[in-house]
Design a binder for this molecule. Structure first.
Ligand code: GN1
Ligand code: MG
Length: 362
């Protein structure tokens, strides 16, 4: 803990410093810190994944400043609970690099807030509104597109190219074990690259996306009724709105777990799908094009497919990207995502119909 206290002091000075682990992300390490009673979140940034930390932090600064400006213009009073606030280090930078080369950042802890790890239709609707509102607030952010913190993050063509490389290299010798799943992935490749094609044809725009739209990335007030703000802004970058929509469905509209061992648990939760769509369209419909709305349901399949591919790629590579809890964890995750994809395929016409109906109702 002494080590952490030294890091904290690069950002704020104080006498009484406490540090405790916080949350369970797959990528960064987070800690809750209190300095003489004032609370913060300290994070060690995974810079093997986020390779350009100054640009990463600059994105977050731009996004949070713009959101604050918007909230002020709307007359919102408790802005410190409605937007993340990065704390600068003593040298004015919004990160600190320690002697071992690790990058750290600090932000204010949002008081009297909570996040949810499980879902209900009611919660999904509020979360949909929150992510729609988030995209809508960022639609007119000045200064041009954000830096791509992870290049081609949600680009299916490039994810498939990486996957095919991993299949070819077969670095961990695991290919024969997963050949069936590899074949299933290849069968769907063309359909899943459609958004990239639409973009090239000028039919599908890139906007500022969150790119990690899990329910637990939305903070609520303590009684869970009102959304306070959207957090985890590392991957906010240009992308298609169907990606953000789809990543919520992948994570939230699943009756099972992301890594469920019992595949019978895994299926699309239709009431959650419908509720999120209703909330999302309420706040986002005003700026979305018809092509974007028509492709939302495809986004749900696409992000689930993409995650199947990403987990399997990591399994083939010998588990170099995601933190794993057991030797086959990445394979188990990939199989569970694939099961969810199959359930979405079975329900696809219903999903499309739901989007269409809610679009005209809203
Ligand atoms: C990672 O760490 P977490 O849960 O916020 C990943 C997402 C994946 C997710 C899979 C930067 O997010 O893209 O969808 O795991 N983030 C990065 O659960 O790769
Ligand atoms: Mg994240």
């Amino acid at each position: 803990m002494e080590r952490f206290k030294e890091i904290v002091k690069k950002f704020v000075s104080g006498n009484e410093i406490h540090v405790a682990p916080l949350g369970a992300g797959h990528i960064n390490d987070s800690y809750k810190v209190s300095v003489d009673g004032r609370e913060f979140v300290l994070q060690k940034i995974n810079h093997a994944i986020f390779k350009n930390v100054p640009e990463l932090q600059n994105n977050i600064l731009r996004v949070t400043s713009h959101i604050r400006t918007k909230l002020k213009a709307k007359g919102v009073t408790d802005i410190e609970r409605r937007a993340l606030n990065l704390v600068p280090a003593g040298d004015g930078k919004y990160y600190h690099q320690d002697a071992d080369g690790n990058y750290w950042r600090m932000m204010d802890f949002i008081k009297d807030s909570k996040s949810f790890d499980s879902i209900s239709p009611e919660l999904a609707e509020k979360t949909g509104e929150a992510f729609g509102e988030f995209q809508s607030m960022l639609a007119d952010m000045p200064g041009g597109p954000l830096y791509e913190t992870i290049p081609d993050f949600h680009n299916m063509e490039s994810r498939l190219a990486t996957f095919r490389e991993s299949v070819k290299t077969n670095r961990a010798g695991r290919l024969s074990e997963v050949q069936d799943l590899v074949d299933e992935i290849e069968k769907r490749a063309a359909e899943m690259c459609l958004p990239e094609k639409l973009h090239r044809e000028g039919k599908l725009p890139k906007r500022t996306n969150h790119c990690d739209t899990k329910v637990n990335n939305v903070l609520f007030d303590l009684d869970g009724k009102e959304v306070l703000c959207v957090v985890d802004l590392d991957t906010v970058m240009p992308g298609y709105v169907l990606s953000d929509f789809g990543d919520f469905m992948r994570t939230g509209a699943n009756n099972g777990k992301e890594d469920d061992l019992d595949l019978d648990n895994v299926s699309l939760n239709l009431p959650v799908f419908e509720a999120y769509t209703r909330g999302y369209l309420r706040t986002a419909k005003g700026f979305l094009t018809d092509v974007e709305i028509e492709n939302l349901a495809l986004g749900a399949k696409l992000l689930t497919y993409m995650q199947t591919v990403r987990f399997l790629t990591d399994y083939l590579d010998g588990d170099t990207y995601y933190k794993i809890k057991s030797p086959k964890h990445n394979l188990e995750r990939s199989l569970a995502q694939f099961k969810l994809l199959q359930s979405m395929e079975e329900n696809y016409s219903l999903m499309r119909k739901t989007v269409r109906e809610l679009k005209s109702k809203n």
